[in-house]
Ligand binder design. Sequence first.
Ligand SMILES: *Cc1c(COP(=O)(O)O)cnc(C)c1O
Length: 490
Amino acid sequence: MSSQREVPIDLHAEEFRKIGYSLVDSIADLLNSMETRPVTPGESPRHLQELLGNAPLPENGSNVEDLVQKSIDLMIDHSLFNGHPKFLGYITSSPAPLGILADLLAAGVNPNVGGHILSPIATEIEKQTIRWLAEFIGVSPDYGGILVSGGNMANLTAFVAGRTAKAGKESKKTGLSQKDNPLIVYCSKATHTWIDKAADLFGMGTNAIRWIATDDSNRIDLDILEETIKKDLSAGGHPIMVIGTAGDVSTGVVDDLKGIGAICEKYDLWFHVDGAYGIPAATVPELKHQFVGIEKADSIAMDPHKWLYSPLEAGCTLVKDPKHLLDTYSSHPEYYKFDTGLDGFAQNYYEYGFQNSRGFRALKVWMVLQQVGRIGYENMIREDVKLAQLLYDLADQHPELEAISHHLSITTFRYVAADLDPDKLSDEDLNDLNKALLNKLQNTGEVFVSNAVVQGKYSLRACIVNFRTSEQDIREIIEIIVRNGRELST
Ligand SMILES: *Cc1c(COP(=O)(O)O)cnc(C)c1O
């Protein structure tokens, strides 16, 4: 059915079908040919600006078929593909093909998952997804939560809930400037930058963050943590929260969550875990011990668009007692007649987070969880970790490479150019060499890795959250990196 009005935006059913089929054909071809393409064309921003041209906004519409073809060509010829088997940069995964179709279905029906009455089945699917995600990582399925755009938003959403819980609900009215004691939060130096945004945006200021030193294993130092809390208490401060990281973004190290949980219990602090990258590994039996203590967390951030291979965007906030989300985000304006529904069981997601109108992110996560099953994920995650170990071992054995770290599916290493006199190469020289090497690799499209600074060493960093990467890719990546390193150092 299409509208009775003659409007330039509608597509008649036959047109929609034809264009839609050909779009799906193009995406299928892309997925099928991805490994034969460069990871990235490495084109300059200026080149791309010229390609688009600087025509003004069109006054009149244009032919849809041409427009779709032009868009397909632009996207396929000028994109970086994080679904490429040799894309191991940052923490961006290959998108699950079924997730691509799920997003199409979600947009097709277009439920607004802010209110139950606007999204009856979608709301229930999101609730089920959240329960399954809690089960997946091994915490109580009674955790509640909400899907958000990604890890940053998942952390921010939890952060404010923790703040409301520990600073008191009255601070929602009075604001923080009325408080006698400054609120203080604790996290390790390896914590992701979201914490700066959170402390700043929510009115505490970044001085409210205590960056606790890490120990030799790069985990938060629990003795220093406790000493710092005590010192702040005796100086009249108001500690509210400790953030543990379950898989730090640089090297994949998991904090001692049990230890942090015990300190939070002792000092009545909110215990938040940032598991945006690493927490899915808790579903793998031989890795589970690294995450012991997670079940005590008041809130957890996870990120299905990382290690659950969901297409962007999908993050998730889990909260042990979801009433804290309602305490923080719920309000009842007179223009919403959203209530608890016919049987009293309706949940309105606008009361659980920042967003009002909300898209149906849960569908792709929910569908792919069922396509793969928990065991399917367990096996894929285990294989990613094994490939990261293989990369570490191959780098360790190679005379021109130095293996630096391996945790979960992140490996860091650097090129050290064995044929050059190692006595003449300072750490600074090696840092410069590896910076230049990274630049070269990121622009030539054979392989895409990112960087980390580990023990003062500028390193190449591979994070394998990629179900397409094979053992052969890892072996080829070693060769590519050594060849490029040689070209730079001779
Ligand atoms: C990736 C990541 C984030 C940010 O997540 P986005 O999805 O990029 O917003 C936060 N914390 C950690 C530990 C991460 O790995």
